[in-house]
Design a protein around this ligand. Sequence first.
Ligand code: NAP
Length: 251
Amino acid sequence: MNLEDMKIIVTGGASGLGRCFTQELAKAGASVMAADVDAEKLAELEEVTEGNVETFVADVSNEAQVIAMVEATVAAFGEVNGLVNNAGIFRDALLVKKDRETGALRKMTLGEWQKVIDVDLTGPFLCTREVAAKMIEADTPGVIVSISSVSRHGNPGQSNYSAAKAGLVADTKLWAEELARYGIRTGAVAPGFTRTPILDGMPPRAREKIEKSVPLGRMGEPFEIWQAVRFIIECDYFTGRCVDVDGGVKV
Ligand code: NAP
């Protein structure tokens, strides 16, 4: 598909990778609906971004808000033919941890598990379902890109996040099979550590340790993840697979 023909929703579009995708898509001539929970950051993005960018406040884990987001996109652009499932969070904790001094056990809470599953897995399910339904109803070919993670291979401390990101790659494959008959392609991108605000709270020593573990010796840049998203949108013979963009880190 041509970027300038896209009428595309980017979830989590106000920050980090989503902000980069929104701005690159708009620069290439696409019509972009940037959706996020953060209304202030969305307003700032709309102000500084050139091109056809609209914004919508929506929590991807809220069914009614997702339906409203898709309706608003069709109202704004006449149709929807693209989606980037990018919104994501993490709430890291070990499954069970024993305190060395006190012997007390700390378990990952059901709340920590559920919140990440809700946003990182149920969110893409709801957004993909609603966007695919609109495309099928209008007989519009389209493409759905989902942002997974290198943690999809199973990263200690991330039972919740790893499960969600692996599930998203499995769904990307089966959605490709289910939706091909309607002219809808899918694809996932699994970034490694990438320089975005999600990593802001990380201590410098932890960052250095991570960078040393990457064969290419550094974190990725948002633009390098965008290059994979762009490839999936543009290549009409790509569907159902995951592109790993992680500097070759050992999994
Ligand atoms: P980010 O800078 O935190 O951006 C994520 C955006 O999504 C934020 O604006 C956030 O708002 C928003 N958001 C959070 N929950 C939402 C919800 N329920 N509905 C709608 N929007 C929501 O993170 P990022 O690094 O760009 O991450 C983007 C995606 O890449 C995520 O799926 C992440 O898992 C994945 N990823 C990132 C890395 C990395 O190293 N950066 C690596 C692998 C995969 P708030 O700020 O208000 O929460």
